[in-house]
Design a protein around this ligand. Structure first.
Ligand SMILES: *[C@@H]1O[C@H](CO)[C@@H](O)[C@H](O)[C@H]1NC(C)=O
Ligand SMILES: *[C@@H]1O[C@H](CO)[C@@H](O)[C@H](O)[C@H]1NC(C)=O
Ligand SMILES: *[C@@H]1O[C@H](CO)[C@@H](O)[C@H](O)[C@H]1NC(C)=O
Ligand SMILES: *[C@@H]1O[C@H](CO)[C@@H](O)[C@H](O)[C@H]1NC(C)=O
Length: 450
């Protein structure tokens, strides 16, 4: 079996090979940080809410991932869920596009390059091998401030960030030649502080930047209990991809090896992951190969009562079993991103190729899944990263339509009732702010709600 060979190769790789990632040439391109002089438009009077925050319920963030300088683009979310462009803020590092046949949108092949947790925002600089922390002022949430300095991501081509909801620790997924994870403690004054014993290799045979989308890392997240760190990795067809699961110790350190859980039969390219509320041992993952996968992890090594410590990736390599399933989305080209909406109880996944948003229901007990409805967005707009927000009891979906330089906003009043209420074209705003964008580089979507 070909995949087993790959796992043996993982073991042959030096686990601490991420070391060359430290130290990092921070500010290599001469960027200054935060509110410094690097054409930070927040100082340039582009704020459209005129300093008034009366109608602001939150903020939505994505990043430019430009090689000449990565910027966080922040928009205010009104009480009606609609967006107003606010500002672009330097992330003090460089963006970088992965290598692919078309070099089109989704240059990182990832979800969660931009992440909100509490009153903090975390962003990767894929071309500088760094991660950055910002603080969010809840009274003016688009006015983010860098905390500390960018820090080494502990590897190359960082593309995704996860935050432990229990400990608040922050982990970064690196997808380049030096690939794997590394974790940090977010300090409110100093920013990201390296967390010992968390630099762990995935041992993928990759390049910097990554060559994909097949065979690249996709997404990173913690389970609800904060006891597992889970990375999704796409397969190289016909070989299926897998979830890499590290056990998180009480001090935040990670098990030396990960457990590899191969996608359920039919699954190929696990991509964006979401937790399934009400089920602590299952993961919802989009699958660029056919639609989406449901991983039932209740019998995986880390969750079985017989095994408390993972000692060998190869030894614990399993194919997702139990109630796991792979599921086709009709007409899909590449369903890659997912977000859960509490009000509807459903997942909303996006397809970069069809620009369709698909609503999916997963029963939290049986893990049986069904497609609720599909919602066409602008053809050719390349709908990528998405995120949901609950505002005054109403849910909204924010979709980065990279090729159209828009963020599409859908209201989600009830299951099967999503409706596009806005398409914010930020192209002119960015021109006014003198911030370079390229539809092929734009990435990420995260929201903060007061
Ligand atoms: C790594 O990938 C390259 C490019 O596909 C290939 O030439 C090389 O043989 C691979 N190395 C290993 C150890 O599999
Ligand atoms: C899939 O979508 C196509 C085009 O919309 C439609 O013709 C076909 O019947 C659908 N198939 C299923 C199984 O829903
Ligand atoms: C992006 O838009 C261009 C021109 O409108 C189109 O040719 C191309 O196919 C689109 N790309 C994607 C990935 O949708
Ligand atoms: C967005 O705005 C730009 C500049 O104003 C324009 O060229 C582009 O066509 C607009 N895109 C859409 C999808 O309307």
């Amino acid at each position: 079996m070909k995949f087993a060979t790959t796992v043996v190769f993982l073991l042959g790789t030096t686990l601490v090979s991420a070391a060359p990632g430290f130290p990092v040439s921070r500010g290599r391109g001469g960027f200054t940080r935060g509110r410094g002089g690097f054409s930070n438009p927040s100082e340039g009077g582009f704020s459209q809410n005129g300093g008034s925050n009366g109608g602001v319920a939150g903020a939505a963030f994505f990043m430019t991932n430009e090689p000449s300088g990565n910027f966080v683009v922040a928009s205010n979310i009104g009480r009606d869920g609609r967006l107003t462009f606010a500002r672009a803020v330097s992330a003090a590092g460089r963006g970088l596009h992965g290598l692919s046949a078309d070099n089109g949108p989704d240059g990182l092949f990832s979800q969660d390059s931009v992440k909100v947790a509490g009153e903090s925002l975390f962003v990767v600089n894929p071309g500088s091998n760094t991660a950055v922390m910002f603080s969010i002022d809840p009274r003016n949430p688009s006015d983010i401030q860098m905390v500390g300095n960018p820090v080494s991501s502990g590897g190359e081509f960082p593309v995704s960030i996860a935050v432990n909801s229990k400990s608040k620790d922050v982990c970064v997924l690196n997808g380049g030649q030096v690939n794997g994870v590394a974790c940090f403690t977010p300090d409110p004054k100093l920013g990201l502080i390296e967390l010992p014993n968390t630099v762990r290799s995935l041992g993928l045979n990759q390049t910097t930047p990554a060559t994909g989308p097949a065979g690249t890392v996709s997404d990173l997240l913690f389970n609800a209990a904060g006891t597992q760190l889970i990375a999704s990795v796409k397969g190289i067809p016909p070989n299926a991809g897998f979830l890499a699961i590290w056990t998180v110790a009480a001090d935040g350190s990670l098990s030396p090896q990960f457990e590899a859980v191969t996608a359920p039969t039919g699954g190929l390219l696990p991509f964006g992951m979401s937790l399934i509320p009400g089920n602590n041992n299952a993961i919802f993952a989009t699958d660029a190969g056919l639609g989406f996968d449901v991983f039932d992890l209740s019998n995986s090594g880390a969750n079985s009562s017989a095994t408390t410590e993972i000692t060998s990736a190869a030894g614990s390599n399993t194919i997702a079993a139990g109630a796991s399933s792979s599921n086709a989305v009709n007409g899909s080209v590449a369903v890659c991103w997912s977000a859960f909406s509490p009000k509807t109880g459903n997942f909303f996944v996006t397809d970069i190729g069809t620009s369709l948003v698909t609503e999916v229901h997963v029963d939290k007990k049986t893990l049986k899944a069904n497609i609720v409805k599909q919602y066409p967005q602008t053809p050719g707009s390349a709908t990528i990263d998405d995120a949901t927000a609950t505002i005054n009891g109403n849910d909204f979906l924010y979709v980065l339509a990279a090729n159209a330089t828009t963020v599409d906003v859908l209201s989600l009043p009830a299951p099967g009732k999503a409706k596009t209420i806005q398409s914010l074209n930020f192209s002119q705003n960015m021109r006014n702010a003198k911030v370079t964008i390229n539809p092929n580089n734009l990435q990420g979507m995260a929201v903060f709600v007061n």
